[in-house]
Design a protein around this ligand. Structure first.
Ligand SMILES: [Zn+2]
Length: 331
């Protein structure tokens, strides 16, 4: 009898380890167990949340200020992935150091999807410096991230057909928002004087952004934050800035400002003052719980800051009047 009790306890215990979602308080709630979805970057977490709403529990592994290129998974991340019902990650080698872990989980037969699998192959950039690998920063083009969101919707309907109607409805609502955001980016960037439509920033995260919205993008560093910028690159960029009288350059929340400071000083030595136009979100979003901590807010912030710094027309508080004003900003 005692043995049976112990066995029962163990069984219930192990079910809880793999099964119980966050809703452990309130016995009636646990009758319908929520799917547990584990995600990586904030951008992936946010679009998954938009689609699943309250029908699943979503656990994002990477917080704001995390650089996904360099992210070394913690032991707990492996535990989370093993305990997940579904996993979505960005892919295209963005989470470069998590590859082995993803492969292990995939071999267990768990549903695990890189959301960039949903993006048309012919829309992926393959810059020569990236040696045959596509540029992973696809979220910078809203129309591409919309494809990733549609892919998530399809996969959730496959994995959890019971809630298909909700997922479909959430997709329709959210895709309309993304269309509006895409239009805002196109129109406001087109208002920047043509000769100022140049985006200089710390690493090449904005290639898709530039192509989608008509900006020339010059990054100081290579695509990955793992390669150091050479003195030559800095000197070339200083010359470009001075020759073209570029007014502003931009820093990024996940990348060090050293290279940007070198550009500002280099230009000053040649008699041209260039200022920092603002801080952009590249590989991570703003703080959790803020508008900038959503995908929509992240893009709205970037577009609005760039447009206003380079002489175009955009409302100070952005598309929906929700952006933190520059005067309140910590940057
Ligand atoms: Zn990056």
């Amino acid at each position: 009898m005692n043995e049976l009790k112990v066995l029962c306890f163990l069984l219930i215990g192990s079910l809880c380890f793999t099964g119980c979602s966050g809703a452990t308080n309130g016995e009636s709630k646990s009758a319908e167990r929520k799917l547990k979805i584990v995600t990586t970057t904030g951008m992936v977490t946010d679009i998954v949340l938009e689609i699943v709403g309250d029908k699943a529990e979503v656990i994002g592994l990477m917080g704001s200020t995390v650089d996904p290129h360099l992210y070394q998974p913690f032991r707990e991340d492996g535990v989370q992935l093993n305990g997940a019902d579904v996993i979505f990650y960005s892919g295209l080698k963005l989470e470069g150091r998590m590859g082995d872990l993803f492969e292990q989980v995939r071999q267990q037969g768990k549903p695990i999807f890189p959301v960039t699998d949903g993006i048309s192959k012919n829309r992926l950039r393959e810059p020569p410096e990236f040696e045959g690998h596509p540029d992973p920063h696809v979220w910078m083009d809203v129309s591409l991230w919309k494809q990733a969101t549609e892919f998530i919707t399809k996969k959730m309907i496959e994995v959890d057909p019971e809630h298909a109607a909700e997922y479909q409805q959430n997709w329709e609502t959210y895709s309309a928002k993304l269309d509006e955001l895409d239009q805002y980016a196109k129109q406001s960037i087109a208002s920047i004087p043509a000769e100022q439509r140049v985006l200089i920033t710390a690493h090449d995260a904005f290639g898709y952004f530039g192509e989608a919205y008509g900006l020339q993008v010059l990054g100081v560093q290579g695509i990955s934050t793992e390669s150091a910028a050479g003195v030559d690159d800095i000197n070339k960029l200083v010359k470009f800035i001075v020759d073209h009288k570029i007014q502003a350059l931009f820093v990024e929340t996940t990348v060090s400002e050293n290279n940007i400071q070198a550009l500002i000083e280099g230009a000053a030595n040649k008699g041209w003052q260039i200022r920092i136009g603002g801080n952009l979100y590249s590989d991570a979003m703003g703080e959790e719980g803020t508008y900038e901590g959503t995908y929509e807010g992240m893009i709205d912030h970037n577009v609005t800051v760039i447009v206003r710094s380079l002489g175009g027309q955009a409302p100070e508080a952005g598309l929906h009047g929700k952006l933190k004003l520059e005067s309140d900003s910590i940057f």
